[in-house]
Ligand binder design. Sequence first.
Ligand SMILES: N[C@@H](CCC(=O)N[C@@H](CS)C(=O)NCC(=O)O)C(=O)O
Length: 234
Amino acid sequence: MPDLSAYPITHKWPAQHPERLQLYSLPTPNGVKVSIMLEETGLPYEPHLVSFERDKQFSPEFLSLNPNNKIPAILDPNGPDGQPLALFESGAILFYLAEKSGQLIPQDTPGRYETLQWLMWQMGGVGPMFGQVGFFHKFAGKDFEDKRPRDRYIEESKRLLGVLDRRLDGRQWIMGEAYSIADIATFPWVRNLIGFYEAGELVQIERFSNVLRALDAFLSRPAVIRGLGIPQRD
Ligand SMILES: N[C@@H](CCC(=O)N[C@@H](CS)C(=O)NCC(=O)O)C(=O)O
């Protein structure tokens, strides 16, 4: 049985199954990337809820694993060389889990780099830009009189949706026939933009028919349906 007691995060969120990969998360667009990946690969894991209502992401135990105070984060008791591995940043975690499981990333080198390219595109573009649309359209920023920041993020989000739509033209998924970590990174954010953020009309989502078609296919996958609710909220 692995001993994870050297990791303070396990004092606040005790592992019932220390031999399983420990997930610290919340079902947000970044959080569900990892729970969907774990459900898709079938790797055994134990989810722990990091409640923002109680600012648990700022607790010293959480910060000891992720100094960036954001979910998701993982602790794999059986990492490289059989040693525990702690990781934060959803893109890094998806890549690690793809390598570990040998799934959801092409096995040829050019295909791997191409997948990483789209993963980085999501991490650097889609996530931050759609997130700002959420802030300026739905949350605190919606009351700001100056609409220029909101409009800037809407325009940038439309541009990104156009890029994705063209990429999906004639392709089932971002990497073609092969469903991959690039899709798992991207579609939770598209879902959130038009669902929770209620920004579908603002970004004229109906113009992006390839995106909508792939989003539908993504949302009908059993592992995605399960992953979207993990960890279960209190
Ligand atoms: N680049 C990070 C972003 C993670 C992120 O923004 N997580 C949000 C939830 S989706 C969070 O933990 N927010 C808590 C906070 O900012 O206090 C990743 O992809 O892992």
